[in-house]
Design a binder for this molecule. Structure first.
Ligand SMILES: [Zn+2]
Length: 116
């Protein structure tokens, strides 16, 4: 049961220490694009280049999550992770995917509105 001690519930990676897990999370699952997105929303004058950069970042994140979900499912089938952990990782990432879809949608609307 010690298996689950410091497992990242976003990607399934395991760590020997809690500190290791915290560092991993801040590096690998940074919410930089979300912060940029929020800053952008508050700006009266929006910059197309900035929006496109965030869009590219979000699309890359989307692909990463899809790959990760595939990888995690494989790990579960090979019994490398428990069902509980698998379900939790899946749930969190699917939730993040939905957020990404709506963020992409929102930014595309800004670009298409020509309000730049
Ligand atoms: Zn992780």
């Amino acid at each position: 049961m010690a298996e689950e001690m410091y497992r990242c519930l976003l990607c399934g990676e395991k760590f020997g220490t809690k500190r290791g897990l915290i560092i991993h999370k801040s590096k690998k699952h940074s919410t930089e694009s979300q912060r940029r997105l929020n800053r952008l929303k508050n700006k009266p004058k929006k910059n197309r280049k900035e929006i496109e950069e965030i869009l590219n970042d979000l699309r890359a994140q989307k692909e990463d999550i899809k790959k990760l979900l595939y990888h995690i499912e494989d790990g579960y089938r090979r019994a490398q992770i428990s069902e509980e952990t698998y379900e939790e990782i899946k749930r969190r990432n699917e939730q993040r995917l939905l957020e990404i879809y709506s963020e992409i949608d929102e930014l595309e609307k800004v670009i298409n509105s020509g309000d730049l």
